[in-house]
Design a protein around this ligand. Structure first.
Ligand code: ADP
Ligand code: MG
Length: 263
């Protein structure tokens, strides 16, 4: 259980798209919200986390752009979701311009960190703040990694899983050296694991050989219910709580809490 006065901030990052960042962020957020107060910030201009939690593009209003660029207070850009104790700061339509606008800004890498830290009165109520990153290593992802206590890297269980992984691990190292010395690797999570395919097991062994105990024991299976859930505006853990995908995310949440407790 994290210190109530300071939420644990966890970023979901990988410069590859379609590896399960958003799915993992919204489902872990939902699982954690069963016992904690959780805030999810959608930092991807595509806004999949916002849509996946039932907030259509037309209903979004002010969100991550207003927080980061315009300096609006957290309380004004945050909204409840259908999941009790899970709040959302959506991707607003202007967020697509943020990468470019940040370049010219003072403290461009620290905007999010400052927003979360100066707004103590509001962030104090949260146990966890989860940050869903876009599929790039630009300034939005850098802002997330600078604001975060730890990062979860989802890897799709496919033949080239380890290809390109050095880009994200080198970025994490660079952020640690220059901007956020205490950034931890919370873990690597294998997604879209296919039990019927021997290749999945080989890839999993390969990734575990490389990252050792940094890889979560829980793997997320490829599951049709996970694919369907976003079109209903629901995390799979709510859409079909008994599906293999939902059960895997519950197990992942438990494993993460167990590991945090052990540290
Ligand atoms: P990212 O955020 O890294 O781009 P997403 O979480 O949006 O990736 O996942 C990409 C696509 O794959 C989405 O359509 C999502 O519904 C689907 N998906 C993610 N994880 C699984 C899974 N375990 N099984 C089946 N489909 C999945
Ligand atoms: Mg995404």
């Amino acid at each position: 259980m994290p210190d109530r006065a300071k939420p644990r901030v966890i970023a979901f990052a990988n410069q590859k798209g379609g590896v399960g960042k958003t799915t993992t962020a919204i489902n872990l957020a939902t699982v954690l919200a069963a016992a904690h107060k959780v805030l999810l910030i959608d930092l991807d201009p595509q806004g999949n986390a916002s849509t996946g939690l039932g907030l259509d593009r037309t209903e979004r209003g002010a969100g991550a752009y207003a927080l980061l660029i315009e300096g609006q207070p957290l309380a004004e850009v945050m909204r409840p979701t259908g999941v009790p104790d899970l709040s959302l700061i959506p991707a607003d339509t202007d967020l697509a311009g943020a990468e470019v606008e940040l370049v010219a800004m003072e403290d461009r890498e620290r905007r999010l960190r400052q927003a979360l830290h100066t707004d103590k009165a509001r962030t104090a109520g949260f146990d966890y703040i989860l940050l869903d990153c876009p599929p790039s290593l630009g300034l939005l992802t850098v802002n997330a990694l600078v604001a975060a206590d730890s990062v979860i890297v989802p890897l799709q269980t496919e033949f080239f899983a380890l290809e390109g992984v050095s880009q994200i691990t080198q970025t994490i190292d660079r952020i640690r050296r220059a901007l956020n010395p205490s950034l931890a690797l919370e873990g690597i999570v294998l997604t879209m694991y296919d039990r019927r395919n021997n290749l999945s097991e080989l890839v999993a062994q390969d990734v575990r050989g490389f990252f050792k105990d940094k890889v979560f024991e829980t793997v997320i299976p490829r599951n049709i219910r996970i694919t369907e859930a976003p079109s209903h505006g629901l995390p799979v853990t709510v859409y079909d709580a008994r599906s293999p995908g939902a059960l895997a995310y519950v197990a992942l949440g438990e494993e993460m809490l167990r590991r945090q407790g052990a540290r």
